[in-house]
Design a protein around this ligand. Structure first.
Ligand SMILES: [Zn+2]
Ligand SMILES: [Zn+2]
Ligand SMILES: [Zn+2]
Length: 367
């Protein structure tokens, strides 16, 4: 039987492993999980996971090892799996369940090609409140993505017997308590938006821009990142960011370290400082040199808990995918995904922001 070896590294390269699979199991089927646990442990719009055929597992390349390079996080008493992320840069590599089966983060492999992976579905979209990026990512390379939700939900129930049944069992086992612990975290009285990772070790409140705290028409700028760095510190194809004036975040986030609570900082390039949670691995903040000069801290949207849903409703004005470099990175890594996302975002902006001219990529940003 012929095999193919796929190679994965995180951004800092402390985590380095191969995954060798029989070619007749490829491409592996990828699901985008939008559940609250995935969003708040990754800090991203969703996770990008593929179940690895049982009996196959990552082989770490020394000095990298599961025990010395990675931190494990068990998300609650009912959790049947451990989520692993790089201790140095925060990159999620996937989950391993109690039977030894891996659900691997496909975004960290050198091979982003369609012969290795096929993004097939969205899962747990109802936990987003507004559909999240499933609302702007319906078709990739002419292939329609399925949407799966738990059986107790009518719409999800109709699809339970589809090819997503296996995925459903997995996700459900891991994240049953998902909908129950929904903490929207939006203060009715003070009109602030809670940013909090899954473990709660990083927590801050954001108020609206402008001089009046309670003016609901004021929005912060939001954007998607497709850069190689953002992908490899998060473990997802795409990251979402809300650009917030640092004077509107409480407690204050020190721009020199970005560290509050359990945050750890990591410099992904000379120009960019990032922070993630050292306990649950959530990507939390980044600042570029330019953003720092302008008094802006970018907050990962996966840890934001807006009443209106994960696209942040009245809090965010979504702009283009950040930076021409970021878009080029995304196209180079997975052209089908990057094209589908940018087209979907264009349509979404027309519908939600009334934008008809279409934005231009912003060269000033970097993520
Ligand atoms: Zn999930
Ligand atoms: Zn790393
Ligand atoms: Zn955390």
């Amino acid at each position: 039987m012929s095999h193919r070896t796929l190679i994965a590294t995180c951004d800092c390269r402390t985590t380095h492993f191969t995954l060798t699979l029989p070619t007749n199991t490829l491409p592996l089927t990828v699901h985008l999980c939008h559940c609250t646990v995935c969003r708040r442990t990754h800090g991203a719009p969703c996770s990008f996971h593929a179940p690895v055929p049982l009996g196959n597992e990552p082989v770490f390349i020394a000095p990298s090892s599961l025990d010395t390079s990675l931190t494990g996080y068990v998300h609650g008493p009912s959790a049947k799996s451990t989520r692993y992320f790089c201790t140095t840069c925060g990159c999620h590599i996937g989950d391993r369940d109690c039977k030894g089966q891996w659900y691997i983060s496909v975004s960290i492999f050198q091979e982003g090609d369609s012969a290795a992976w096929e993004i097939a579905s969205h899962a747990y979209t109802h936990s987003t409140g507004d559909g999240g990026i499933s609302g702007l990512l319906n078709v990739i390379d002419g292939r329609k993505l399925e949407v799966w939700n738990p059986p107790q939900d009518t719409q999800g129930g109709q699809q339970e017997a589809t090819s997503n049944a296996l995925l459903g069992q997995h996700v459900q086992r891991q994240e049953q308590a998902d909908g129950e612990d929904e903490d929207k975290g939006e203060g009715e009285e003070d009109q602030t938006l809670l940013a909090q990772c899954h473990c709660g070790g990083i927590a801050a409140r954001i108020s609206r821009p402008g001089s009046s705290k309670s003016d609901p028409t004021k929005k912060w700028r939001a954007f998607f990142g497709l850069s190689r760095d953002a992908r490899l510190v998060t473990g997802t194809h795409v990251t979402g960011w809300l650009s917030v004036g640092k004077e509107r975040i409480s407690p204050p986030i020190p721009t020199g370290t970005l560290c509050i609570g359990t945050a750890k900082s990591y410099r992904s390039s000379k120009n960019v400082l990032r922070a993630f949670c050292g306990v649950c691995g959530a990507t939390a903040f980044f600042v570029s040199h330019q953003a720092s000069q302008a008094g802006i801290v970018n907050v990962a949207t996966g840890i934001l808990r807006a009443e209106e849903g994960v696209m942040l409703g009245s809090w965010a004005s979504w702009e283009w995918i950040s930076g021409i470099t970021s878009l080029q990175d995304g196209l180079r890594y997975d052209e089908g995904f990057a094209c589908a996302l940018s087209e979907g975002l264009r349509a979404w902006r027309i519908k939600h922001h009334g934008d008809t001219k279409g934005p231009a990529p912003d060269d000033e940003l970097d993520t």
